[in-house]
Design a protein around this ligand. Structure first.
Ligand SMILES: *[C@@H]1O[C@H](CO)[C@@H](O)[C@H](O)[C@H]1NC(C)=O
Length: 284
């Protein structure tokens, strides 16, 4: 009796339930990986290898349900209550229809229940619908990917910085100033955020740290060889893909001006909004 209980416990421990992470999803029956991109938002089993899979960031709520955020498009996965519309990633905010339960059936396999109508996801042809009973649910393999930037304060990792208002990515000028100049993400500069509550911003190309002067009257420059208090920043998560950044040097928020990014905004609301886009989503 006790042995059986311990065996069950060991088994339960070995099969780790899904936790907050970045994942790729594979349809077990077809072996195809799920994709959903801006031009075709319905989740579709189309990828023939994991490198083609769309990455989703999953975050668990107190109810046990997960919100599933399409990493590429910053849209939440949604399943409407009728269950007859394809599951898609099309919602900028997560409500009742944008929550899912991942019920583990094997080491990395799950059936997925929509919170909207309590029904299960099933792959039918080229789409996924939330209209199956538990017995009719499709099984999906979930594979954890290298974590992109977390959607929380304390963002870490190597990122492109996008000025949300202009949709331009920050580059580093000849005078080392940070200026949003390019609409092509790959042409943007890559910065490494090294810290947690207070982080430095390291310009990867030169290894120099971004400094924010005390007066806050000139653009940030990537010029400090050794980081000090002037090279520390607080990153605040506002909503998916939207962050505010505060300079530790003078306590002011970053804002984009014609000269570049300056630490001169007296409040979060008057500062600019930036997106921190993971430069290494782990699938390229
Ligand atoms: C689920 O919806 C799809 C698309 O409308 C339909 O083809 C399928 O028969 C439905 N399945 C169930 C069990 O209702």
């Amino acid at each position: 009796m006790i042995r059986a209980f311990l065996a069950t416990l060991a088994c339960a421990l070995a099969a780790r339930a899904l936790s907050d992470s970045s994942i790729a999803i594979q349809d077990v029956t077809s072996g195809l990986w799920i994709v959903s991109y801006a031009a075709a938002t319905n989740l579709a089993p189309l990828g023939t290898s994991v490198t083609q899979a769309t990455i989703f960031d999953v975050a668990q709520l107190a109810t046990g349900a997960f919100e599933v955020l399409n990493y590429e498009t910053h849209q939440f996965m949604t399943a409407d209550s009728s269950g007859t519309a394809p599951v898609a990633s099309t919602r900028s905010q997560a409500g009742t229809d944008e929550k899912f339960f991942f019920i583990q059936t094997g080491t990395n396999t799950y059936i997925i229940q929509a919170n909207s109508n309590g029904l299960y996801l099933q792959t039918i042809g080229g789409a996924i619908y939330n209209n199956a009973t538990e017995a009719g649910a499709s099984v999906y393999t979930v594979v954890t990917q290298t974590a992109p930037v977390t959607n929380a304060e304390g963002t870490l990792g190597e990122v492109f910085i996008e000025d949300v208002a202009s949709s331009l990515y920050v580059t580093v000028s000849g005078s080392s100033a940070l200026v949003p100049t390019t609409s092509v993400r790959a042409s943007g500069a890559i910065f490494k955020l090294n810290g947690d509550t207070l982080t430095t911003i390291e310009y990867l190309t030169t290894g120099e740290f971004v400094t924010a002067t005390m007066p806050g009257n000139q653009p940030l420059t990537a010029t400090a060889v050794t980081p000090s208090a002037w090279e520390e920043y607080s990153v605040f998560f506002l909503s998916s893909g939207r962050y505010a950044i505060k300079a530790n040097s003078n306590g002011l928020y970053l804002q984009t001006t014609s000269a570049g990014i300056v630490n001169s905004a007296f409040s979060q609301a008057s500062g600019s909004v930036y997106n921190l886009v993971n430069a290494n989503p782990g699938r390229r």
